[in-house]
Each structure stands twice: as structure tokens, then as C-alpha cells.
Design a protein around this ligand. Sequence first.
Ligand SMILES: [Zn+2]
Length: 310
Amino acid sequence: MPTTDRATRRRGIDALLRHSPLQPVFRARAAHRLAVLAYHGIDDPAAFRAQMERLASTAHPVSPEQVARAAEHRRPLPPRSVLVTFDDGEPTVLTHALPVLARLRIPAAAYVITDLIDTDRPYWWTEAAQLIRRGGHTRTLHGLDSGAAVHHLKTVPDAERLRALAELRATAKRQAPPQRQLTAAELLALVAGGLTVGNHTASHPCLDHCSDTQLDAQLVRAHGRLTEWLGHPPTTFAYPNGNHDPRAETVLRTLGYRTAFLFDHRHTALAPAERLRISRLRVNSHTGRDRFDTILSGLHPAVHRLRGGR
Ligand SMILES: [Zn+2]
């Protein structure tokens, strides 16, 4: 099916769900759940502003600190509590999201990849895709297009991912183009604007595919850099790719983390029972109004799971 047909069909389904009798039922139930929204970059600033205005008028935005306290004291947050989060430290969080959040006084958290701060290096998955498009190849990725190759690299032991990346760099006709990343000074600008900056590891491997030593190094190195830049230790974390790992939880606990977030498209309790395993709902600035409402109500995630999504 052509992309435009697919998009039209998807919008039709979103509208159908939004106006179905199930939506008010789910919405009433969602009032007693915490919605943590997981964004990445902001591609459509106007649409993002509309989403945040909708939150400001229909929900109760809370900060990571409030979520941490609710979890620690088992004291539920107010009904319709929503926490806004951003993964990967895309510069659009600073340029597009921060002004909107500051104006509406919506607290939020940004989870950054510390090895990329103060550099112009692309995300590893962007780099891998670019290198493949520029003729880069490896034996293990043979025959896969760039999307399938990146997907595959998220499922192999991390040492194998790093080997494949090195091989792609060595075989591509040209290196991947640079990518603007946030600077340490910009992290402080985020904080000054009311955002909490959190740990998203040093280089964004899937932690469940790391050795004990790699996993430890990823968390500890990122923790150290953030402590140095922010002037205090970070206390909130987001698992790269949402991949939870019990060993990571142990390290995070030792380092004093109070909250850690998944990427599983679910609501969580208003007093989260597992503070280092808090569910999040997946959204982006392109998410249309109908879908945004059914994500917040939990209807979209329920249908997504019924259709076999994770
Ligand atoms: Zn990420």
C-alpha cells in the first residue's frame, strides 16, 4: 500500500477509536494511572505546542522529582498526572520543546547520551544506516537494508555491534556526515529552563546485550560526566531502546538513582511500585490529535498490544 494511503487509513482508524464508546471508558480509568510520555526530537514545533497546550488544559503535568517522591513514599500523584520525557538529547529539545514547556510551565526530563555531548558525532544507528547506504558492508549484515541492519544490530552481543560498526566504517566509500549534538553548556540551559537532565548511558548500547563490564562502564561513565557538567549527580535514567536489564537496576541503585524509565507503551500506577522500571507511552510531535488522546487514555496501547505490538 502506498505511504499516503496507509497514512489516510491510519488517521481513519485513529478517528474511529477516538470517537468509539471505549474511549470514555479508557479515559475514566486512565485518570487513576500515571502517563509518562516518551518523545525523541521535535520535528513539528506547532504540533508539539498544540499537544502541550492540550496537556496543560486536560492533565496534571508533574516533574521527575514528584514521580520519584510518589514512588518512594508510595503516595499517589494527583489524578491525570503526566510526565513529559525526551530521549537521546536531540538539539530540537532545546530549540523547539524548551520554549513551549517553559511558557506553559510543564516540567520535563531529557535523557542524554554523554559520549556525544560536545561532539558532532551521529547516533550509532544513524551512522550505521548512512554507512550502509554509502557502500559499507559486513558479512553478518549481508543482504540487509539499512533499517533491517540497524534492527539486527540491536539484537546481537554489544561487542559484535561494535565490530560491525568498525567494519562498516572501514568499507564505506565515505564516512557518515556529522550531526549536531548538544553541548555541556546547553545541558545547563535545559536545566535553567526547568528540565531535568538524566542519564541515557554513555553511548546507547542495548544494556541487555552488554557484558557485565560494559554495562557497568556505560552507566558509571555517563554518571560521572553528568555529575561534572550539572554540578550534582543525576538521579533519573532511561534504558536505551527501552531494554530493561536487572543488572542495570542494581548499578543504578548503587549510584543513587531514584527513577528509571522503560519504552513499553504502557501507563503506570500513580504511586509507581517499581521506581527503576517505570512504563512510558510512545509519542512524537507528528502524533495526531485523535491518536494523542487515545494514547493518553490507554486505548491506543491496548489495541496496539491486541495486534501483537510490544
Ligand atoms: Zn534512546
